[in-house]
Design a protein around this ligand. Structure first.
Ligand code: ZN
Length: 73
């Protein structure tokens, strides 16, 4: 699984996961991609991108490369 993917804005989207749900988010333009989550969850993310940031902050969503690199800060 890639820890980052290219964003349309030219920046990188950073990958996070929680269980079977994988979310890539660009901290520059706020664009995100969600895989494996329910439609309901994706709609929540689309309505308010801050929910993703909150989930990252509280540790529910974890960096994909958490195991071999230090946490993204
Ligand atoms: Zn972007």
């Amino acid at each position: 699984m890639d820890s980052t993917i290219e964003c349309q804005c030219g920046n990188k989207q950073y990958g996070y996961y929680s269980g079977a749900t994988v979310v890539y988010i660009c901290f520059k333009c706020g664009k995100f991609a969600c895989f494996g989550g329910s439609k309901q969850l994706q709609e929540i993310f689309m309505t308010d991108t801050n929910v993703i940031l909150d989930l990252i902050k509280e540790g529910t969503l974890k960096r994909i490369d958490n195991l071999n690199t230090s946490d993204y800060k």
